[in-house]
Design a binder for this molecule. Sequence first.
Ligand code: ADP
Length: 399
Amino acid sequence: MKILVINAGSSSLKYQLLNSDNGDVLAKGLCERIGIDGHLKHTPNNGKEVFNEDVAMPTHAEAIEKVLELLVSADHGVISSAKEIDAVGHRVVHGGEKFASSVMIDEQVMDAIRECIPLAPLHNPANIIGIEACRKVMPGVPMVAVFDTAFHQTMPPKAYIYPLPYEYYEEDKVRRYGFHGTSHRFVTQEAAKMLGKPIEEVKLISCHLGNGSSVAAVDGGKSVDTSMGFTPLAGVAMGTRCGDLDPAILEYLMNKHGLTMSEMQTVLNKKSGVQGISGVSSDFRDLDATAAEGNPRSRLALDVFCYGVSKYIGAYAAAMGGVDAVIFTAGVGENGPDTRALICEKLGFMGIALDAEANKARGKAVDATAAGAKVKTLIIPTNEELMIAMDTAAIVAGK
Ligand code: ADP
């Protein structure tokens, strides 16, 4: 099936047209500055010309219209008619406790996604706008919602309940939800294939390390714990996000520096993580380069990050009573040999050891396990778009 995968942000819209049967990407692109002026970069994968121009996009509907026009155009197109698009798969960030899997979108589902807005006030409204725009421009085409949180709905209460008064969970829905679920699901399925075992029989720790990072414990194909929490601010240190902190730090700093809650949130989300520690960059390539030149704070930022991921790996092996493989994925996980090496450095005691040569891999699926190591270390490129396309195709086919 030909599936259009949509990832809508408040002023942007990423898309891919995929063949869900073989994973081929027919075209992909990015609409930016929607509602401001508008720019669209569209890359067909059939040798036709790239389109990279300013296009007026007052709303997401004009963006989708233009994308459809390009997908069928003589100069940049990859299909002959929009009717060839069998279905649309939408990335939706928060499904709350309502969605434990992907679903066909109808009015009830739209209402439920709207009800989750308070849990993801920046993301869900943008995702809803993307869905509404597609429904307007492509009436009658089946649409599926794929949630970042859904995969983690299998966590047991002991993993998702915070030690707060219980009514905050019952009445306010404050609990661990976890994110990056589509990525963790994809790479753990791929890992089981690489291990040559049914996913039901393996214990995996998936490290999605990018700008945002999360670690997940996946036992028998089910997420049993993950490092992100009520929001994607929790867990390991990230590019600019702080990860886990002593919550008392907030009041202390807000009082000392006269910060409002919203200013404090900006510090935690945009000025912390490896950017905050290093003062250099949130980009791991910059940190690797400056640490190699001897910048002590870049070194420290990398140390804090890797130490944090290492500790989660140890914790999740304990949570599952063992681990068969550790997976590295996303920008840093796929492309950062030094980061992977540092994370694994102290894990030899639990049977994790990297093969130095295989660990040089960047951006491809590799078994990087050292000879004789009990636990496998796998580098697996994530592909959230393909996972969304496969879910969408399966739901449309009624499987
Ligand atoms: P996002 O969370 O935005 O999807 P990505 O998964 O694309 O992020 O990861 C972005 C991160 O990946 C950046 O910090 C970038 O430095 C890092 N990265 C990309 N390529 C390399 C590389 N070759 N070496 C080290 N880090 C890399």
